[in-house]
Design a protein around this ligand. Structure first.
Ligand SMILES: Nc1nc2c(c(=O)[nH]1)N[C@H]1C(S)=C(S)[C@@H](COP(=O)(O)O)O[C@H]1N2
Ligand SMILES: [Mo]
Length: 444
């Protein structure tokens, strides 16, 4: 898909680096991390968008700002860098913008928009270029019998509306714990959320456009552009096997928690396929293709969103043919209350709670431990409000004496698989870390 040509300051310069050494340019753009507490070097190659979001408004003279300048609004403030519309998120990278949610801010049953993480692979469409009224979604591809376009109003009018609460977790959530470390955003635990999404079934729309007998896969294209500014490159274009696309819960959504989808989460339209790596849920959705082969868009090929077929020793080089694409995410849980570091009185039992999820499966049990996994007590676990939503768990724990304790949580899926207590199988890109989450408690 052709992208809007980029002619502004944010991409000048990097073009030349791309021409000389595309890999080095990619590394610079994708892998640079920001220490959110220092802000040193924070805006070196930052986009106008990130800067505007950071200072809380547009910057009329942005094209005159020297590279590397830290806006005074940030340099003179002690507040940590905040994204507009997001509250308390930790920014891992500002170009592209990537921000995760501390666990205690994920305590709500339904994740509020302000607490949903942001994972951008490229530069989102400029907000002033987005017009929801004229936005068109195109359906095509070689296995589409009757390609068509729909405005959002037409989608709303022609198809039944559905609302589901859906777990979206980045495949790289937990990456920071792998040794040797994998390149990419060093997500800790916060690249997961479970808001509600409202839209139409992907199935209904694809069926209206005719799914040919040879259809095996779908692919999406969004309106964001590649960080290099190259209009012929997509930042990401992934998809799912046709069976996953045709599930009841796979949506083309225009609303999150009953409101417009937040800009950074894909306004005005996105696809959501819960339980799979977040990367299959395309934001700023412009086009869906029905494919007669596995989709071959950007970041479909290994090592992207792929893991070795067989366990490998940490640090191994894995040839492309030994990778498989990640489908369902593994069983996992979070302790969302209390916040790690809490002080607790020895006299009182403590309420602990969180969420558990298991990709396409449901969670059967959650256990908690206060003695580093030596003994476990069963938590109360609720059913999910619908398939592919996380499940609330709660436990009451009593401490035997004063001192430093950790609370560990471990979920088990319907097939009997549990979370590992240590970091699971190393893989080159650091995906699928579902090790038990733990929090610290001081009992006095
Ligand atoms: N168009 C587009 N869609 C995208 C992405 C992107 O960069 N561009 N990132 C993907 C990835 S890797 C993830 S984990 C989810 C994150 O969704 P969120 O940013 O709304 O939390 O969006 C996915 N969809
Ligand atoms: Mo992701």
């Amino acid at each position: 898909m052709k992208k809007r040509p980029s002619d502004d300051a944010r991409t000048r310069g990097i073009h030349e680096l791309y021409a000389e050494d595309p890999e080095a340019a990619d590394r610079q753009l994708w892998d640079r991390e920001v220490d959110p507490t220092s802000r040193r070097g924070f805006l070196k190659r930052s986009s106008l968008l990130a800067m505007a979001a950071a200072v809380g408004g547009s910057i009329p003279f942005a094209d005159r700002m020297p590279g590397g300048l830290i806006p005074a609004a940030l340099a003179q403030s002690d507040e940590s860098f905040e994204l507009e519309g997001k509250d308390g998120l930790t920014v891992l990278n500002d170009r592209p913008i990537n921000a995760e949610t501390p666990p205690h801010l994920l305590d709500d049953d339904v994740t509020p928009a302000r607490h949903m993480f942001v994972r951008n692979n490229g530069i989102p469409p400029a907000i002033e270029d987005i017009d929801a009224d004229s936005w068109e979604l195109e359906i095509g591809g070689e296995s589409c019998e009757n390609p068509q376009s729909f405005t959002i109003a037409e989608l709303k009018e022609r198809f039944e509306h559905h609302t589901y609460q859906l777990t979206v977790e980045c495949g790289g959530n937990g990456r920071h714990e792998y040794v040797p470390s994998a390149s990419g955003n060093q997500w800790t635990t916060g690249a997961v959320a479970c808001p509600t999404f409202t839209g139409v079934r992907l199935r209904d729309v694809l069926e209206a456009c005719g799914i040919a007998d040879d259809a095996v896969y779908t692919g999406y294209y969004g309106a964001d552009s590649h960080a290099s500014g190259d209009p012929d490159r997509d930042p990401i274009s992934r998809g799912v096997p046709i069976d996953k696309a045709l599930e009841d819960e796979s949506l083309i959504a225009w609303a999150m928690n009953g409101e417009d989808i937040p800009y950074l989460n894909g306004y005005p339209l996105r696809v959501v396929c819960g339980g799979w790596p977040g990367s299959v849920s395309g934001k700023w959705l412009k086009r869906i293709v029905i494919r007669n082969q596995k989709h071959d868009g950007t970041k479909m090929a290994p090592p992207s969103y792929s893991v070795p077929k067989h366990p490998v020793a940490p640090g191994s080089e894995v040839p492309d043919e030994d990778f498989v694409t990640i489908h369902s995410m593994p069983v996992k849980s979070l302790v969302t209350f209390p916040e790690s570091g809490t002080e607790q009185s020895l006299d009182d039992p403590m309420t602990v709670r969180g969420h558990a999820w298991a990709g396409d499966l449901s969670v059967k049990e959650v256990h908690v431990s206060i003695d580093f996994g030596a003994t476990w007590q069963k938590a109360e676990l609720k059913d999910a409000p619908n398939r592919l939503a996380w499940q609330r768990w709660t436990a009451s724990v009593e401490f035997p004496e004063q001192g430093y304790f950790e609370i560990w949580a471990r979920a088990t899926d319907e097939n009997g698989r549990s979370q590992p207590m240590v970091v699971p199988g190393w893989n080159p890109k650091g995906y699928l870390n579902n090790a038990c989450h733990r929090i610290a408690v001081q009992v006095a």
